[in-house]
Design a protein around this ligand. Structure first.
Ligand code: F6P
Length: 359
């Protein structure tokens, strides 16, 4: 058996631990393992395909990033090619990919990625490719799995930032607005905000009202708490408003949201008169060494993916449905959208402990 691994979409701490576990599990069975570089670019002649051995993956489980590198703009079905006049054309290169995989003797692919990679996997299946998916995203917004690796690390990074902001905010009686990742789902803001004892948490799932946010800050102030921490997910928006878009996306990429903390901070200071500063945590949440939880989950996913290949569970995604690892049809996962459930006990616990969602 010869299998290949690919990592696609934004990186997440734990990707290397999945690669390590999959390679070691496959090698134990005597299989050959190849690594497709930069998403599927390695199969399109835009990058290389390398051999993965026990030696290649030695010591990588604790490293952030991905030794295979990744891309969030290379769907083989809509591959962006720049024209001589500077414009971009998206072309379908999937047949080329399938043929190159066949020529390399690849019998199955383990695709590690988020929603975008799942969609590509689903399309490749229709071309006869045998695929197993491993869910990845720091945003925790892949359906069917309780959590994804990378999320815990991102939450801890954001929580540590909040801890640090508390002490400086208290020293200056300031309001601190921290922008965290989460384009469509507010899991990072919610979990880090609750764990870090924020006063206000703003998530894409709940449209907020600036008056309510300012009221909460002033209530705190009058109760003697002179500083406040606002955690805002980059994709959150005011009632009746739209997401804050930053910069331009390159062809084939999703929209880039961001800049909401700056706007919000300005408005809070203007309305409350309280000195306010804003901070964007950005890609710090994606980097660094995965937590123990993420290393363990990633290792379980990597081993389970190889097990799925052995059992010929083509077209499935490994998922955590605590306490077990299960296999779900990719199509089923893609039909659902995972967002913060507003009735979930974490949201309730936040409200009960006095955190405002600005609604
Ligand atoms: O998909 C995860 C995510 O972290 C989003 O929350 C964020 O908007 C996006 O990636 C940013 O990705 P990049 O800057 O790599 O395009």
């Amino acid at each position: 058996m010869r299998i290949a691994l690919s990592t696609g979409g934004g990186d997440a701490p734990g990707l290397n631990a999945v690669i390590r576990a999959a390679v070691l599990s496959a090698r134990t069975r005597g299989w050959d393992v190849l690594g497709i570089k930069r998403g599927f670019s390695g199969l399109l002649g835009e990058d290389e395909v390398i051999k993965l051995t026990a030696e290649t993956v030695k010591g990588i489980g604790s490293l952030g990033g991905t030794i295979l590198r990744t891309t969030n703009r290379g769907s083989p079905f809509a591959y962006p090619i720049q024209q001589p006049d500077g414009s971009w054309l998206e072309i379908d290169r999937s047949d080329e990919l399938v043929e190159n995989a066949r020529n390399l003797g690849i019998e199955a692919i383990i695709s590690i990625g988020g929603d975008g990679s799942l969609k590509i996997a689903s399309q490749l299946q229709t071309k006869g490719m045998r695929i197993i998916c491993v869910p990845k995203t720091i945003d925790n917004d892949v359906a069917g799995t309780v959590t994804t690796f990378g999320f815990d690390t991102a939450v801890n990074t954001a929580m540590e930032a909040i801890d640090k902001l508390h002490t400086t905010a208290e020293s200056h009686d300031r309001v601190m607005v921290l922008e965290v990742m989460g384009r469509d789902a507010g899991f990072i803001a919610l979990h880090a905000g609750v764990a870090g004892a924020a006063n206000v948490i703003l998530i894409p799932e709940i449209a907020w009202d600036i008056d309510v946010i300012c009221e909460k800050i002033m209530d705190n102030h009058e109760a003697g708490q002179l500083s406040s921490i606002v955690v805002v997910a980059e994709g959150s928006k005011p009632k009746g408003g739209t997401q804050s878009i930053i910069g331009e996306s390159l062809p084939g990429q999703e929209r880039r949201v961001g800049g909401i903390a700056e706007r919000l901070g300005y408005e809070i200071q203007r309305r409350t008169g309280k000195e306010t500063r804003s901070i964007v945590l950005g890609h710090l949440q994606r980097g660094g060494s995965p937590t123990g939880y993420d290393r363990l989950l990633a290792t379980r996913f990597g081993a389970a993916a190889v097990q799925a290949v052995a059992e010929k569970r083509w077209g499935t995604m490994v998922a955590l449905q605590s306490p077990n690892i299960v296999y779900l049809p990719i199509e089923e996962v893609l039909r659902e959208t995972k967002r913060v459930d507003l009735n979930h006990d974490v949201v309730q616990a936040a409200r009960m402990t006095g955190i405002s969602f600005g609604d």
